[in-house]
Design a protein around this ligand. Structure first.
Ligand code: ATP
Length: 919
């Protein structure tokens, strides 16, 4: 103990004051917490427990940022050149393209950012706090000085706390101290000038609880915490970029370079060989380059991703990092834990086994309605009562009833044990009063047991140690078993007990073992030596049925060629039975954590591929299994919720944390958080991920050849010495209106049928598949031919050059619309009622093009700007006819290629489709 503080106590920092004094100074109560009303008042006084948000970019800044792009630079230079040369129309139209692009970009980014920050709000952290005498879950932002907060492994400490209690509490304070070793915590008081890393009695906001449990009183919130003082810049907004976006940007830059080189060559050819005036040649070449470069592509792809994020959130999968949207679509293996994700995590104790016999507990749910009965309806004897009592004492849960509905606070399994004790006729309050708890070893997934130490009721002087846990673990600590007359067996018949465990587990029930020991003395803490030579009270089997929606989702995943593996801490036999009920495999192959340990890194991939169930695993096993699967080229989605799951969540291609059950540590390591902890939501997110990827490919499949069509048409005219079918201004016009209308709608496409009946795309699949490359060439040539056919037709009808070109622009827009309808379905035919009807987005876009084209053709000022002429109805109708013809032709080609079986991706998805052969 340091010397008594000499300064006034409220000037002494809390780490230098004993806990009771801090409680007093904070005007609170260590066992009761603050009253709700007082907490509300203090919240008014101190403000919310949050750090100021990093400044956001203003609208104008984001608009400016759109111009920091090589492609845009090229366009601006072109506009400047056009202006200098007096081509005002071209200069204006190029500037129009750039401006519209920048505006669309800002809008997209705004939408994407809004989508992401809305998700952040869904992920507001919670803390467990004692208010008005009861533990509650509160928003971290609502904590106030004086609150009594409970922390446990995996939590982020929600505010600066003076610790009042600490059980094996260890906290990772690297954030504040840079120290990589976790700090041991206690309630000790240290010198006022002790450095931060030595203040054992404090838990600081933002640091991570690595192990144990604790309770502390809040001494500082928000900016007054240590972390608030150090930096207000925490949680800066991550840039909205993904591997795919980077790939697209790179691709755009490459295209720009190609465009530049080709432009120079084309210009030289036009002037030197074709004898065009250099000014006309230059403007044509610039317009072509502008058309060729897909400057709007990144913006469209961002919005496609943002829409994906929103659709996933609607299906309970909250994306924390944008790249997960793409990766989810490529997932080929989902590794899921069992309890609560594949099963309901609604436990009911059903079977009880002691050394002398078996009993069953009737009733379902947490309502204590039912009875514990031996065969022949006889009431439970002392052995069964002792078993039920062990379950009651070694327990941190609480049951509450409101309106006939019983609810668990805490671990559902422990809730079920409370219900069981009530059914057995025990009085929980009386039992707790008679056996006050002295110490606890909290449950942790590595050791798989929990132990509590209780004082024995007076006049006895000793203590009662109770252990519950995985039955093998508990058996290993026992020397004998309890008999129904209250005495113990001489020895423990281990093989017989293992058989009993396997018997209950084979029905899919989760089994727990219970043991106890009477200690003659009354120690303050549980020591390792106490955990030997226990008396086994018995086993309890819990039913935890599979979630019905998980059964359907497993079937969905398998038909989509995605392997589902269960990685659980539970017993192998229990896990196998549940896996069979879920349909993971007809006869699931089980590997245990011990099997994984016994397998070398070289041999593990084969085992990981073969087994559907990994039982009695620890977080380290998860990490090895993920790596082994990835070494085989699998794209792995992995769930996790504990503090030790962070490494495997990070290693997985998509780490998935549970929103309710998960610790803060797991949520932070994960890319996706499930707001309903449900396996079905992972499969739904994979489904949405596939749709996003499909839509991005559709955007490319539409954008590239439509740009290509113009280029081929104009270059062909130059090379062959034909009249140019489009003026530079007209080329720019087409790009401007179609890129901002038709180019956007594919982002909103609904899923195609059979999305989940295809195998997953290989992780290294190129964005442009062979089929798409073929399409780019075919459509470009087809469009170029159509344009020149219109030129010929116009000439034959004697329309004159201006009117013919007007018709060419109209026809080209119609061709783009026709192709849009075709590209909407890459995996099926587009000629269906649904395909023709389109989506609202498609219809609005087509309507917009229609109105703009009518204006382009018939309004006098547009006629002056773009050198257009009004067309007669008979001529104008050529455009839609061509559009329809293009669609029919391309659909015919799709059907033909599908028959020929040249391109894998065209194979129809169906029950006999490739995905049906899931591993
Ligand atoms: P999953 O990993 O699929 O969620 P799980 O819940 O069984 O499965 P863990 O929480 O790691 O995995 O638990 C492992 C084992 O430890 C359980 O099967 C059970 O035997 C035991 N166990 C779980 N919770 C407790 C507890 N509160 N007290 C004592 N033992 C427990």
């Amino acid at each position: 103990m340091p010397d008594q503080p000499t300064a006034a106590p409220d000037l002494v920092p809390p780490h230098a004051l004993p806990p009771s004094r801090v409680v007093e100074l904070q005007r609170t109560d260590a066992r009761h917490g603050l009253e709700d009303a007082e907490a509300a008042r203090r919240l008014q006084e101190h403000g919310p427990n949050t750090l100021p948000e990093p400044p956001r970019h203003s609208w104008l800044q984001r608009f400016g940022a759109q111009f920091a792009n090589a492609l845009i630079g090229f366009l601006l230079a072109s506009a400047a050149l056009a202006a200098v040369l007096g081509h005002w129309v071209d200069a204006t139209v190029i500037l129009g393209v750039v401006l519209i692009n920048a505006l669309v970009g800002v809008a997209q980014e705004g939408k994407a950012e809004a989508a992401m920050s809305a998700l952040r709000d869904l992920l507001t952290p919670h803390a467990r706090v004692l208010r008005s005498g009861a533990p509650q879950v509160a928003d971290v932002a609502a904590l106030v000085p004086g609150d009594v907060v409970l922390i446990e492994a995996g939590d982020r400490v929600p505010a600066d706390l003076r610790l009042l209690q600490a059980h094996a509490l260890r906290i990772d304070e690297a954030l504040l101290t840079g120290e990589s070793v976790v700090a041991e915590k206690s309630t000790a008081t240290v010198a006022a000038d002790a450095p931060l890393g030595d203040r054992a009695g404090m838990a600081y906001s933002g640091t991570l609880v690595a192990a144990g449990t604790g309770r502390g009183v809040v001494v500082a919130t928000g900016v007054h915490t240590e972390i608030g003082r150090i930096s207000a810049m925490l949680g800066a907004i991550e840039p909205l970029t993904t591997p795919l976006l980077r790939q697209i940007n790179r691709f755009g830059r490459q295209l720009a370079i190609i465009a530049l080189v080709a432009s120079v060559l084309l210009f030289a050819f036009a002037v030197l060989v074709r004898g065009l005036h250099w000014l006309d040649a230059l403007m044509t070449v610039v317009a072509l380059a502008v058309g060729f470069i897909p400057e709007g592509l990144p913006a469209v792809i961002t919005i496609t991703l943002a829409i994906g994020v929103q659709r996933m959130a609607a299906r309970h999968a909250i994306v924390r990092q944008l790249p997960a949207v793409e990766t989810l679509g490529a997932t080929s293996v989902i590794c899921s834990d069992k309890t609560g994700t594949l099963t309901r995590n609604e436990m009911t104790c059903q079977r009880l086994v002691t050394a002398c016999g078996k009993a069953v507990a009737s009733g379902t749910g947490y309502a204590p309605l039912g009875r514990v009965e031996l065969p022949g309806s006889s009431p439970p004897g002392p052995d069964l009562l002792q078993l039920a009592r062990a379950g009651l004492l070694c327990n941190d849960a609480a049951l509450t009833e409101s309106g006939g509905h019983w609810q668990v606070h805490g671990d559902p399994m422990e809730g079920a044990l409370l219900a069981l004790a009530l059914k057995a006729g025990l009085n929980p309050q009386a039992e707790h009063d008679r056996h006050p708890r002295l110490d606890t070893i909290p449950f942790d997934a590595a050791h798989r047991f929990m132990a509590t130490l209780h004082a024995l009721p007076a006049p006895q002087e000793g203590a009662l140690l109770v252990v519950k846990g995985a039955p093998e673990q508990v058996l290993a600590m026992c020397a004998n078993a309890l008999l129904d007359d209250g005495r113990a067996t001489g020895l423990l018949d281990e093989p017989a007990w293992h058989e009993r465990i396997a018997h209950i587990a084979a029905d899919g029930q989760r089994v727990l073992g219970f043991a106890f020991k009477l200690l003659p003395e009354r120690p303050e803490r549980i020591e390792a030596a106490h955990l030997k030579g226990l008396t086994l009270a018995g086993l309890i089997g819990f039913i935890d049925p599979p979630r019905p929606e998980a059964i359907a989702a497993v079937a969905d995943a398998r038909s989509a060629g995605i392997a589902v593996k269960m990685i659980t801490g539970d017993h192998g036999a229990t896990a196998r039975a549940i896996a069979a009920q879920l349909g993971l495999a007809r006869d699931p192959v089980v590997a245990t954590g011990a099997d994984v340990d016994a397998t070398s890194d070289e041999a593990l991939p084969a085992l990981a591929g073969r087994a559907q169930v990994f039982a009695r695993t620890s977080p380290e096993h998860k990490l090895r299994v993920v790596r082994a699967l990835q070494s085989q080229g699998a794209v792995v989605a992995m769930t996790g919720d504990g503090v030790n799951d962070a490494p495997s969540l990070k290693q997985a291609d998509v780490g998935v944390a549970m929103g309710h059950k998960g610790t803060e540590a797991a949520k932070e390591a994960a890319q996706v958080v499930l707001s309903d902890d449900n396996f079905a939501s992972i499969v739904a997110a994979v489904h949405e991920g596939r749709v996003v990827y499909d839509n991005i490919r559709k955007v490319l499949a539409w954008t590239l050849p439509t740009n290509g069509g113009e280029v081929v048409a104009v270059v062909a005219a130059l090379v062959l010495g034909l009249t140019l079918p489009l003026t530079p201004a007209q080329i720019l016009w087409i790009n401007m209106i179609t890129a901002t209308t038709l180019g956007l709608v594919l982002a909103f496409e609904p899923p195609e049928a059979g999305v989940m009946r295809r195998p997953p795309r290989p992780a290294d699949a190129p964005l442009l598949s062979p089929f798409m490359l073929w399409r780019i060439v075919l459509v470009s040539v087809l469009f170029a031919l159509a344009i020149h056919a219109v030129m010929l037709w116009g000439e034959r009808r004697g329309l004159g050059l201006e009117a013919t070109r007007t018709l060419v622009v109209n026809a080209f827009c119609a061709l783009e619309i026709g192709y849009l309808f075709s590209v909407r379905y890459l995996h099926a035919t587009s000629i269906t009622w649904q395909g023709t009807r389109g989506t609202p987005a498609v219809l609005y876009a087509v309507l917009a093009v229609l109105v703009l084209q009518l204006a382009f053709t018939y309004t006098p000022w547009m006629q002056t700007l773009f050198a257009t002429r009004p067309l007669g109805l008979a001529d104008l109708l050529v455009a839609p006819a061509l559009g329809a013809l293009a669609m029919l032709l391309l659909e015919g080609e799709k059907a033909l290629l599908r028959r020929l079986g040249w391109f894998d991706e065209l194979r129809l998805a169906g029950p006999e489709g490739p995905g049906a052969r899931a591993p």
